[in-house]
Write a protein that binds this ligand. Sequence first.
Ligand code: FES
Length: 220
Amino acid sequence: MADTVHITLDGRSVETTRGATVLEAARQAGTEIPTLCYDPRCAPNGLCRMCVVEAQGARLLQAACVTRAVEGMTITTEGPRITRARKTVLEMLAASTDLSETPDALAQIAETGADITRFAGGRERRPPVVADNPMFVRDYAKCILCWRCVQVCADDAQYAFAINFDGRGFDTRIATFFDKPLPETTCVFCGQCVGVCPSGALKPLRAWELEQDASPAPCP
Ligand code: FES
């Protein structure tokens, strides 16, 4: 069996390695597909749907980060249907999440013209900042639920399994078991979760303290 496969990407013939995803094939060919949850350091999970593309013959848009490139596949990475889907992802995310420290989302909002007020007035998630340890803070109002922190804490890297998803739908969040403070969990404070967080939801305690100091004082 050949080690390579050939797909048609936006009308161009592209060769990629067998087993590569459509996202990897596109990037090898110099075609940029936007992503939010994808990080090459983690196993792709297909959660955010920002990377959707059209695969000829498929009824639904496909997440490029988890779709394998197979011989003869025809992929389109841009078009009105794709843009509409990406805009809706961003508009729904913005309705519940503080995206001020998620540069990839901000860039895509500007690129697609997403209306971040479209679902305003819904259910914003504004949980308080958790500073329960001397190493880092968790500001889940900024969490985009990309799952990278859970993955590196688990079998993508550290095998500590200190955090995971909790809840359903709008109430989905990252949490420790029984919401225990991190020092009472299996967390070893390796910092890998902070390193892969794309949204400012996890940051070193000192950096967070400096930000607070830099905030305008309530009186002169
Ligand atoms: Fe593909 Fe998030 S980047 S689903």
